[in-house]
Design a protein around this ligand. Structure first.
Ligand code: GLN
Length: 500
C-alpha cells in the first residue's frame, strides 16, 4: 500500500489494517511523517514534530504485537496534541514566547492516557497564544493555514490540531475548548470536534486559561473515531479535583444505535440574524435530515444566549488574569535579559513575553476583578452565566439535543479580523454558551460553500450525555457523505502559488 493512499483514512480503518497485519505501525507513521514533511511547510500546523519518538513508539507497538502481547485501544495510531498540554521532557509552549523554552517534568493526564493506549504521539500543534483567539493567528511563532484554502484561517484556538487532521497529518488530534476552541476550528476545517462536559476529562497538565470553562477534547474525521478517542481520554482523575467520578460509557460500542423518538430542538435565535446564508442553509438541510429520520423537530429559544459573548469576555479574562500571574520570569520559561530590580524584571519579562491579545485579556480581567468594578462586571457576568445555564435546563426538559450552526461564517481570510478584536470575538457567538453552562457539544461537517469551504453543524446535549450526543451525530453522519471529503493539498498549494 502506498503512503499516499494510507493517509486520510480513519483511525478505526488503521486499527483494522494493523490488526490484520496488512501494514505495520512503522509503515503507518512513516506515511504520516512523509506527508507532514511534504506539506506542513504550507499548512504550518505543527510547532514540534517528534519523528524519532513517533518511530520508536511505532516500532515498540510492532514488536509487542509480534510477541502477541496485549495492546492498547489506539495501538499504532498517530495522534497530534495541542501545545497547551504538558508533555514530559518535550517543549510545551502554549504558542507563547514566555514559555518558549519550557520543558515540563511531567505528562498531562490526557497525554499519559494516550501513551497508555499505545497511541503514537506525532507532534505538538500550533494554537493561539494561551488559547486566546479564534484564528490561530495569535501564535507567537507561526500562522497555521486552512488546508481547504491556504489563504484562510483554520479557526482557533486549536487551529493546529484541526488543520493537522484536515491536512491528513494525523487521523486524530487533541484540542482544548474554553469558548469554542475545538468546535469552531473543527467547523472551519471540515472535521469533527467534541467539547466534553465540564468535568468529563481531566485537565491535569493542561496549561490553564479560564479554569471554570476549559475542557480537553478530541478531533477526528468522523463520529466513530471521535467516540473512540473520547473513551480513551475521559474519566475521573484524582489529580484534577474538577473531574467527576462517573463511569465512562463505551462510546464506540453504542454509537451506531439510533436514538428512538429523538427530540431535536433548533435554536431560533441562531438561525436568524448575523449568520452567513450558506451556513444557515446547510444547517436547515441538516434539520431536514433529522426530520426524514423520524425525529421530532421543534424550534426552541435560548433567550439569554445573546449575552453569552459579553459574559464570556468578562469571566474568561478574569480567570486568565489570575492564571497568568504565575509567568513572572522566576517560575517558568522566559526572563527578560536586562532589568534593574525585581519589579522591573517582572515588568520587562511580561512585556516582552506576552503577545498583544494576551495582554488585552489580562488588562480586561484585572479591571473586571478590581474593587469597585467587581460587582458591576464580574458578579454580573456570573449571574448572566447562571441564566444561560437555566435556558439550557429549560430547553432540555423539552428536547434531547439542541442543534444549530457552530460558527456564524465559514473560514475567514487570514488577517481579516486581526485589527478588530470584537469581530474576532463574535466567531464564538454560538459556542461560548456551552462552556458557560458546562454542557457537552460537538461540531461535525454538514456541507460546503460554493467556494468549497466546510460548514459545521453544532449539536449540544445535557451534562454527561456525550453518549447521546455521539449517537445523535452519528445518525446524521450515516445519512451524509461530508465526512468523507478530504482537502486536496496539492491543489491548495498550486492555487496560492498561482495567485502569488
Ligand atoms: N475564541 C475564544 C477566546 O478567544 C475561545 C478560545 C478557547 O476556547 N480557548 O477566548
Amino acid at each position: 500500500m502506498s503512503g499516499e493512499s494510507l493517509v486520510g483514512r480513519t483511525a478505526l480503518e488503521h486499527l483494522d489494517a494493523l490488526a490484520k497485519g496488512e501494514l505495520s505501525a512503522r509503515e503507518l507513521v512513516q506515511a504520516y511523517l512523509e506527508r507532514i514533511e511534504r506539506f506542513d511547510g504550507h499548512v504550518q500546523a505543527f510547532l514540534l514534530v517528534d519523528a524519532d519518538g513517533a518511530v520508536k513508539k511505532a516500532a515498540e507497538v510492532d514488536e509487542r504485537r509480534a510477541r502477541g502481547e496485549p495492546l492498547g485501544p489506539l495501538a499504532g495510531v498517530p495522534v497530534a496534541v495541542k501545545d497547551v498540554l504538558c508533555t514530559e521532557g518535550q517543549r510545551t509552549t502554549c504558542a507563547s514566547r514566555i514559555l518558549e523554552n519550557f520543558i515540563p517534568p511531567y505528562d498531562a493526564t490526557v497525554v499519559r492516557k494516550l501513551k497508555e493506549a499505545d497511541a503514537v504521539l506525532i507532534g505538538k500543534t500550533n494554537m493561539d497564544e494561551f488559547a486566546m483567539g479564534s484564528s490561530t493567528e495569535n501564535s507567537a511563532f507561526q500562522v497555521t493555514r486552512n488546508p481547504w484554502d491556504l489563504t484562510r484561517a483554520p479557526g482557533g484556538s486549536s487551529g493546529g490540531s484541526a488543520a493537522a487532521v484536515a491536512a491528513c497529518f494525523a487521523p486524530l488530534a487533541i484540542g482544548s475548548d474554553t469558548g469554542g476552541s475545538i468546535r469552531q476550528p473543527a467547523a472551519l476545517c471540515g472535521v469533527v470536534g467534541l467539547k466534553p462536559t465540564y468535568g468529563r476529562v481531566s485537565r491535569y497538565g493542561l496549561v490553564a486559561f479560564a479554569s471554570s470553562l476549559d475542557q480537553i477534547g478530541p478531533f477526528a474525521f468522523d463520529v466513530r473515531d471521535t467516540a473512540l478517542l473520547l473513551k480513551v481520554i475521559a474519566g475521573h482523575d484524582p489529580l484534577d479535583s474538577t473531574s467527576v467520578a462517573r463511569s465512562v460509557p463505551d462510546y464506540l460500542a453504542c454509537v451506531e444505535e439510533p436514538l428512538e423518538g429523538l427530540k431535536v430542538g433548533v435554536v431560533r435565535e441562531w438561525l436568524s440574524e448575523g449568520v452567513d446564508p450558506e451556513v444557515a442553509t446547510a444547517v436547515r438541510d441538516a434539520v431536514a435530515v433529522y426530520e426524514k429520520l423520524g425525529a421530532d423537530v421543534c424550534d426552541i429559544s435560548l433567550p439569554h444566549s445573546k449575552y453569552g459573548i459579553p459574559a464570556y469576555y468578562i469571566v474568561a479574562p478574569a480567570e486568565a488574569s489570575s492564571n497568568l500571574a504565575r509567568y513572572d520570569g522566576v517560575h517558568y520559561g522566559y526572563r527578560a535579559a536586562r532589568y534593574e530590580d525585581m519589579i522591573d524584571m517582572y515588568c520587562r519579562t511580561r512585556a516582552e513575553g506576552f503577545g498583544a491579545e494576551v495582554k488585552r485579556r489580562i488588562m480586561l480581567g484585572t479591571y473586571a476583578l478590581s474593587a469597585g468594578y467587581y460587582d458591576a462586571y464580574y458578579l454580573k457576568a456570573l449571574k448572566v452565566r447562571r441564566v444561560i445555564r437555566e435556558d439550557f435546563d429549560r430547553a432540555f426538559e423539552q428536547v434531547d439535543v439542541i442543534i444549530g450552526p457552530t460558527s456564524p461564517t465559514p473560514a475567514f481570510r487570514l488577517g481579516e479580523r486581526l485589527a478588530d478584536p470584537l469581530s474576532m470575538y463574535l466567531s464564538d457567538i454560538y459556542t461560548v454558551t456551552a462552556n458557560l453552562a458546562g454542557i457537552a457539544g460537538i461540531s461535525l461537517p454538514c456541507g460546503f460553500t460554493q467556494d468549497g469551504l466546510p460548514i459545521g453543524l453544532q449539536i449540544l446535549a445535557p451534562p454527561f450525555e456525550e453518549e447521546r450526543l455521539l449517537r445523535a451525530a452519528r445518525m446524521y453522519e450515516r445519512e451524509t457523505e461530508w465526512h468523507r471529503r478530504r482537502a486536496d493539498l496539492q491543489q491548495a498549494v498550486a492555487a496560492v502559488s498561482k495567485a502569488g
